[in-house]
Design a binder for this molecule. Structure first.
Ligand code: SAM
Length: 258
């Protein structure tokens, strides 16, 4: 059955006791091939800190260190799984690059992450979603297995065929990538220009400009024939306006209002 993994996760969850009003995600593992695709989809590099929220037996964090040279942090409620993850990290010779914290993802410090991975139930994901926007640095990649986020369109989605036998999983897994966008909304002024930007996650509309794009801190838009490419950092947008004849002009805009 196509969505067996997702259905199984939901079924087990409904039979489980929730810790609070939410249903707690049970321990079901992501198949190794899917783990590798998730980390590739995130573009994981040795400079990354990969944080798996609900890290189970530690497989995502361990693969991030072993196959991508990254550092990793796993957050897991279940003490026995935390202990098992530490043993698995020792066995994989990556114990120096990874750590496992016993705790609740809802109160975990997300600050160190440059990549966040998830295989959690939608109720828990929806509680984390506002924290992703306010606490993760712009440009942080979030990759989820099986469940998406309400109202936040993924930057990419992949459907994978699973070849290795894996209890509780169907033959397909869906994975999603989001890139945390900078806060770009508001009125911006500079170089004789005034722009009003409306924002819904990474989707932006600019009054007076067209072809507006935002990916992490990187922003671009078209003003008449000229194309602006730059970065948004706090209340400053800085970059270059390139004319079709190749002339380039530095441009800085400052946020002038909400
Ligand atoms: C579906 S498993 C995923 C395990 C691993 N990330 C993987 O993909 O193989 C979800 C894990 O999240 C843990 N979990 C559920 N709710 C949690 C919470 N609020 N805080 C921390 N861990 C949680 C469960 O104990 C379980 O190990």
């Amino acid at each position: 059955m196509k969505h067996l993994g997702k259905v199984l996760l939901l079924l087990v969850a409904f039979n489980a006791r929730a810790d609070d009003t939410d249903v707690r995600a049970p321990f079901i593992t992501t198949p190794a091939s899917v783990v590798e695709h998730m980390l590739k989809l995130a573009g994981t590099q040795p400079s990354d800190v990969v944080m798996d929220l609900g890290s189970g037996d530690g497989r995502i964090v361990i693969a991030a260190a072993q196959k991508f040279g990254a550092r990793g942090i796993g957050i897991e409620l279940d003490r026995r799984l935390v202990e098992e993850s530490r043993r698995n990290a020792q066995r994989a010779n990556v114990a120096a690059r990874v750590s496992f914290v016993q705790g609740d993802v809802l109160t975990a410090d997300l600050g160190p992450a440059s990549v966040v991975t998830l295989y959690l139930l939608p109720g828990l994901i929806s509680k984390l979603q506002p924290r992703f926007i306010y606490e993760l640095k712009p440009g942080t990649r979030i990759v989820a297995h099986a469940f998406g986020m309400a109202g936040w369109k993924p930057d990419r989605t992949e459907t994978l065929r699973i070849t290795e036998p894996h209890p509780g999983q169907g033959p397909e897994s869906k994975i999603y990538l989001w890139i945390v966008p900078a806060e770009a909304r508001g009125v911006w002024r500079g170089g004789g220009h005034e722009l009003r930007i409306e924002q819904n996650y990474q989707q932006i509309d600019i009054d007076g400009a067209k072809q507006a794009r935002l990916s992490g801190k990187d922003i671009s838009w078209q003003l008449g024939e000229a194309r602006f490419t730059g970065v948004v950092e706090g209340d400053r947008m800085a970059g270059e306006l390139a004319a079709p004849d190749g002339r380039r002009q530095a441009l800085v805009l400052l946020r002038a209002g909400p």
